[in-house]
Write a protein that binds this ligand. Structure first.
Ligand SMILES: *[C@@H]1O[C@H](CO)[C@@H](O)[C@H](O)[C@H]1NC(C)=O
Ligand SMILES: *[C@@H]1O[C@H](CO)[C@@H](O)[C@H](O)[C@H]1NC(C)=O
Length: 440
């Protein structure tokens, strides 16, 4: 017996039928209009959309970057981190062998054990997790870390189970190998997917690549129980000011960012010390003068005290991601990310828009007005959602590994029944039935 009952046929008045017809007519018009305008937009000279891969496991084609939109060109226009799309065109249907994962009780991951690979959660926490296998024959996916050590020429192709990168995941945390070194030639990642903390929207292959966080170095659990507006400050940041070009965090020298500081409930404390130590020339004398002024503010405020804040600024550093993201979350503080072209960690699992804000570096003047416009309830809901995210997905290395496994399982969309991820649901008062505040 079916438990689903059909709804009774509704009676529709001729007037409503007329309105319905009119609505459809208008909708069709809108669709034709948007189709035409989108069609015009996509006719980019030089872009060749290839759909010729017919064998499911054929060697994928490389993306072609249209002329004039090269990363150098983008950087010239002050845009940052638009690295070239050098990854092969890949998705689960083309670049993954599902058969390897059949009959699995658990997602089994083999990790190439390389010396010097970073000991962060990808090494130790994986090994003690239930997803770890030492038997490559049993593995569904293979992890290979490429950080640092392999900067000068990774030997991906010579890995014993590489098989054109099939079912492989190239892992790079707090390092730029994948975005700067991986290329079409001998450095190609072939059919492998990437798992990086520096994940660019312009190279990210949704449903295939995974964005992971950089692990936190400091923890602030004692601040978690304070309600959002019971915190000491409204918005804070303390950190290094880069003086280099925009691509390496130079926007932190932008007066708009520094002038958010009001000495009262908004504290922006930066130091140029590191830049000076590194021998970076302070091109303009007025920049140097500002450095001295900023240093006084920097000395006045303690880092840990500034974590007692409703909102925490997270300006991108030398890459688009930051250690600060998890640190700010751990304080029950709402992150305000300033970054371009950045894929937030585990974006396929986590509803970040219910928690934090992301501002492009070109829109920093909007930060304070936006935050000041939020009402008390909205802010508190965001804080609670952020804390939910932190506790369920990031609270320690083991949790991050669980979340990474979940993100891997989410790529299957249930194709393999036992690998359906058990994604934690937010508490009832934070769940989806709750009407969204207008700003979400
Ligand atoms: C896919 O995996 C199955 C099971 O491990 C294996 O028999 C097959 O050869 C694999 N195919 C490719 C192209 O590697
Ligand atoms: C955070 O700030 C609030 C408000 O000023 C204060 O009551 C609380 O003691 C502070 N907490 C810590 C751990 O500093």
């Amino acid at each position: 017996m079916s438990t689903i009952r059909e709804a009774p046929e509704p009676k529709i008045s001729p007037y409503l039928q007329f309105l319905y017809g009119l609505f459809n007519f208008l909708l069709l018009g809108v669709m034709i209009f948007s189709f035409l305008s989108v069609g015009g937009f996509t006719k980019f000279p030089g872009v060749h959309i290839s759909n010729t891969v017919d064998s499911p496991l054929a060697q994928p084609e490389l993306h072609k970057v249209p002329q004039g939109l090269t990363p150098g060109g983008a950087r010239d226009q002050g845009k940052t981190w638009h690295t070239p799309d050098r990854f092969p065109q890949c998705s689960m249907d083309v670049c993954f062998n599902y058969s390897r994962c059949d009959d699995m009780e658990e997602l089994l991951v083999y990790q190439y054990d390389m010396e010097n690979s970073p000991s962060w959660f990808f090494k130790d926490a994986w090994k003690r997790s239930r997803y770890y296998t030492i038997d490559p024959e049993k593995a569904c996916v293979f992890l290979v870390t490429v950080d640092m050590r392999l900067e000068n020429g990774p030997l991906l192709k010579s890995l014993p189970h590489w098989n054109n990168g099939l079912n492989h995941i190239v892992v790079s945390i707090a390092d730029t190998w994948v975005s700067t070194q991986a290329s079409a030639g001998s450095n190609s990642i072939d059919m492998a997917s990437t798992m990086t903390s520096i994940t660019h929207q312009s190279t990210y292959r949704a449903g295939f690549d995974i964005s992971v966080p950089v692990p936190q170095r400091k923890f602030y659990p004692s601040l978690q129980r304070l309600k959002a507006l019971d915190k000491k400050y409204f918005l804070t940041f303390k950190g290094t000011r880069y003086l280099q070009d925009p691509g390496v965090g130079g926007f932190r020298s932008n007066p708009i960012l520094r002038k958010m500081h009001n000495g009262d409930d908004i504290i922006v404390a930066t130091t140029c010390k590191q830049a000076k130590l590194n021998g970076v020339s302070l091109r303009q004398p007025e920049v140097e003068a500002e450095c001295e002024k900023d240093q006084l503010i920097y000395n006045e405020f303690k880092f840990d005290d500034l974590m007692n804040s409703t909102f925490g600024l997270i300006p991108a550093g030398r890459g688009p991601s930051s250690f600060r993201l998890l640190e700010v979350l751990s304080a029950g503080t709402i992150p305000v990310v300033i970054s371009d072209n950045f894929v937030l960690p585990f974006d396929s699992l986590i509803e970040w828009r219910r928690c934090l804000f992301v501002f492009p570096t070109s829109q920093m003047q909007r930060i304070v007005p936006t935050l000041r416009s939020l009402n008390r309830k909205e802010i508190e809901l965001r804080r609670e959602y952020c804390l939910f995210i932190y506790r369920k997905f990031f609270v320690d290395d083991d949790k991050i590994v669980e979340t990474t496994a979940m993100a891997l399982e989410a790529r299957f969309f249930g194709v393999i029944p036992k690998l359906i991820p058990k994604v934690p649901l937010p508490p009832r008062h934070l769940n989806l039935e709750q009407p969204l505040p207008k700003s979400l």
